[in-house]
Design a protein around this ligand. Structure first.
Ligand code: 45D
Length: 324
């Protein structure tokens, strides 16, 4: 059997429940702009997940300070217009700048606006807005999800806002976010029930110390990393760039796993556990599976990261049927 990204993507896929998130995002995109903004606001304020402000050092926001200040000086209706334009992906100067930001900068942008709304410096989302019945229904669905799924949805929506002129692809600005972990993790290899594979243990150790050079060195040159709901990212350079932008300050807590040796000496492993994002620190733990394919040389050929549909899935570690 030859390892390909397609064969690796299919590992263990037959024995887990699909995530509800893609369908929810679809439903969200069909709502009116008013509904979307109001629903986001309810989801952000009423689902009880709280951002830990200490996670974010003020210095990381300096490149968008000018833009934020401009918005703060606008009249209330202008501020509301800016938010509408971002949500409906209109072509406006603010929407264009926004689409060039990294994911963490976009989240930081809204985090700052939310604080200014609380302080009365920026116009809040209309209180008492009556959601449509579809909006109301979706809000009820959101409330049933676990905290990890709720923040994943918020993040996905925030990252996709703004106007992106596909023609001339903007280069992401070089903002380097610095995050402080809520709880410094022991800089050691974790104990994972059922897993002794050194490469995998080293992967978790490297990620938990933001040592992305060490993490990337564990991958085969043509190795791939596939984040939740995204296409695979292939090759050392691309994986390193992705990690610097999206994986800083994460706390990975793998708990248990299974490992299967394949005919040609390659291996496939499924490991489940929890992940915390520095944005929410210990307040929210996401239920995650890592599906690793190791090549016969023991390098990571593929790792897929999945957001689990429910906590029960953490214990779903049935061996895969192996094609020969
Ligand atoms: O007024 O092993 C609204 C990889 C609008 C790497 C708002 C990984 C209205 C490899 C937008 C509501 C990275 C793949 C205001 C592992 C309004 C690896 C404000 C996985 C004010 C494990 C909204 C990592 C705001 C994972 C402020 C799975 C919203 C990471 C803020 C997941 C939302 C991280 C925030 C997640 C969401 C982070 C801060 C899901 C952050 C979510």
């Amino acid at each position: 059997m030859v390892l390909t990204i397609e064969s690796a993507q299919a590992m263990f896929s037959g024995n887990s429940s699909p995530s509800p998130i893609p369908a929810i995002l679809d439903q969200f995109n069909r709502l009116s702009t008013e509904d979307q903004l109001a629903l986001l606001w309810y989801a952000y304020t009423e689902t009880g997940q709280s951002i830990t402000p200490a996670a974010l050092s003020a210095s990381s926001m300096f490149l968008i300070e000018d833009l934020l200040d401009r918005i703060k000086r606008m009249s209330g209706p202008e501020q509301t217009q800016v938010m509408f334009d971002l949500v409906r992906r209109a072509d406006s100067p603010v929407s264009r700048s926004y689409s060039s930001y990294s994911a963490n900068t976009k989240l930081g942008f809204w985090y700052q606006l939310a604080q200014w709304m609380a302080d009365g410096l920026v116009a809040p989302i209309q209180y008492g807005y009556q959601l449509s019945s579809q909006g109301q229904e979706l809000f009820e669905t959101l409330k049933q999800l676990d905290g990890g799924q709720q923040i994943q949805i918020l993040r996905d929506i925030v990252v996709n806002m703004g106007y992106d002129p596909a023609v001339s692809k903007v280069t992401p600005e070089p903002v380097e976010f610095e995050f402080i972990r809520a709880e410094p993790v022991a800089a050691a290899k974790p104990h994972i029930e059922g897993i002794k594979e050194p490469v995998v243990l080293s992967y978790f150790e490297a990620m938990n110390t933001d040592n992305f050079a060490a993490a990337v060195a564990l991958f085969a040159p043509d190795g791939a990393l596939q984040p939740p709901f995204r296409a695979p990212i292939v090759g050392h350079g691309a994986i390193a760039a992705y990690m610097r932008e999206e994986a800083k300050g994460l706390t990975l807590m793998p708990q248990q796993g299974i490992s299967q040796l394949l005919g040609d000496g390659s291996k496939q492993l499924k490991i489940t556990g929890k992940v915390q994002t520095p944005w929410f620190g210990v307040n929210v733990a996401m239920n995650i599976a890592w599906r690793f394919a190791l090549n016969p040389e023991g390098k990571i050929f593929y790792v897929g990261i999945d957001l689990l549909a429910s906590p029960e899935e953490l214990l779903n570690l049935r061996p895969d049927k192996i094609a020969r």
